[in-house]
Design a protein around this ligand. Structure first.
Ligand code: 5AD
Ligand code: SF4
Length: 456
């Protein structure tokens, strides 16, 4: 008998790992007859895959739950009531509080238990009771999620590592995602091969601390002991069809020489490195428990640039961390001037309950933090625009991913992860073609297709 079709709406907040997890949730729920829907109205199951990294991100979840209420009420008492689940890091950190604050929620599921979603949903349906699933069991999670994946497009995420043992004093990740854990190389390779067989040309290896990767070696190579990220990259580079590999996010202390060398000689490793520094002041870096100095960070960047001179460097910054003075902030501005970023993400410090930073004295006044953020962002925007404009006139290989906003245009990505729009035939979607850059702005490039490549 054909299975009854049900509608599944997932709203994803936060990082790329959440995007990856949402796709996996879709995959485990597909055999139960759940099909993706574009809106919550009328959905049988709504999942909010949440982010806890900053306070604003967590509060958004409660606002969304308020908006979902009428949708759920509209289906209440019918034969298909709406089930609402909260997944992700807010679920991990505030499971019980969610149930208390938002009775509209049926189910709370932490990041390591998505493979149990079908079972939990079945239980909820049976009992309409409350279930809390927020324990850490990454091994079980990936074993259960290891099968086939629905793939959309030509660029895909692949989680290789989860969690973090660094305990930066501002960060919730070690509490919400748990201790660092790496997937075995064979399992990652199988997933990468499967992606390539479905036409994927570019993979981005994900991990909260991806360059701390230390996965079990492939079978037959047990004597090697755990493999680091550099070995994994070289191994994956041999998979036919995968033309581009990226990885994110990294910690400066885990940029070992082998990984830096890979940036010099591994052709498919794209010339882009996201390496958060957070602050340019050693005093603040120490208070953040970053375990590096601005000098040691700059040395890593120098080595990476020596291996791959054109590499685009990207970073994360936090302003207004407790105790940050005008002088500390100026040190951050000076570090940015010296390093010169191609792109960056910058945030005002958000006090996260339970992290050591939350109880530090000298929390910075919000107005001052906002002013500092505006200054820093102006400088980073200037650098990003200059980087993009420096490519006008160059020829770059572009992976076309989808149609652009204007008719006749396609959207793609340069090796440096820049967005690019260009007039090109739709057959080039999924292909890499040479484009001459004709214009550039803060957020994207415009180009001219050099030669119409035969898409066959
Ligand atoms: N406040 C502000 N920004 C934060 N980040 C992580 N935790 C916080 C916080 N409590 C930023 C860091 C990190 C990025 C993912 O989010 O810059 O690298
Ligand atoms: Fe958080 Fe990154 Fe620090 Fe780990 S290394 S605690 S994920 S900021």
């Amino acid at each position: 008998m054909a299975q009854q079709r049900k509608k599944l709406f997932i709203k994803t907040y936060g990082c790329q790992m959440n995007v990856y997890d949402s796709e996996r949730m879709r995959d485990v729920l597909a055999p139960l007859g759940y099909e993706p829907a574009d809106e919550p109205d009328g959905a049988d199951l709504v999942i909010l895959n949440t982010c806890h990294i900053r306070e604003k991100a967590a509060e958004k979840v409660y606002s969304e739950l308020g908006r979902l209420r009428p949708h759920k009420d509209a289906k209440a008492g019918t034969k298909d009531p709406m089930t609402i689940a909260v997944a992700g890091c807010v679920a991990q950190a505030e499971g019980e509080e969610i149930m208390r604050r938002a009775p509209v929620v049926d189910l709370v599921v932490g990041p390591q238990t998505y493979h149990k979603l079908p079972e939990l949903i079945a239980q909820t349906h049976r009992a309409r009771g409350e279930r809390l699933e927020t324990e850490f069991e990454p091994v079980a999670k990936f074993d259960a999620l290891a099968g086939d994946r629905a793939v959309e497009g030509y660029s895909a995420f692949l989680t290789v590592q989860e969690g973090c043992d660094k305990f930066c004093t501002f960060c919730v990740v070690p509490y919400t995602r748990g201790a660092e854990w790496s997937r075995p190389v064979d399992q990652i390779t199988a997933e990468a091969r499967m992606l390539a067989s479905k036409g994927v040309r570019e993979i981005t290896l994900l991990g909260q601390n991806v360059n701390a990767f230390h996965g079990a070696p492939p079978s037959g190579r047990e004597a090697d002991g755990p493999w680091g990220l550099a070995k994994l990259l070289r191994h994956l580079s041999l998979i036919g069809g995968l033309d581009r590999i990226r990885y994110t996010t990294s910690h400066p202390n885990d940029m070992d020489d082998e990984l830096i060398a890979a940036h010099g000689d591994l052709e498919c490793l794209m010339p882009y490195l996201h390496l958060p520094v957070q602050s340019g002041s050693d005093k603040i870096l120490h208070a953040m428990n970053r375990k590096h100095t601005i000098e040691s960070y700059a040395r890593v960047i120098e080595k990476v640039r020596a291996a791959r001179p054109d590499i685009a460097i990207s970073g994360d910054f936090i302003v207004g961390f407790p105790g940050e003075t005008d002088k500390d902030f100026e040190d951050t501005m000076q570090a940015v001037r010296e390093i010169n970023y191609a792109s960056a993400f910058s945030f005002k410090y958000s006090r996260r309950p339970g992290t050591p930073g939350a109880s530090l004295p000298l929390q910075v006044d919000d107005t001052i933090a906002s002013e500092r953020l505006a200054h820093l962002q102006a400088l980073l925007t200037e650098q990003q625009t200059a980087f993009n404009r420096s490519q006008i006139g160059m020829r770059l290989p572009v992976l076309f991913e989808k149609k652009g906003r204007l008719a006749g245009q396609l959207h793609g990505r340069s090796p440096y992860l820049q967005s690019l729009h260009c007039e090109a035939p739709a057959e080039l979607i999924g292909q890499i073609a040479e484009v001459t850059i004709t214009d550039a702005s803060q957020n994207s490039l415009t180009g001219r297709l050099d030669a119409k490549v035969d898409a066959a």
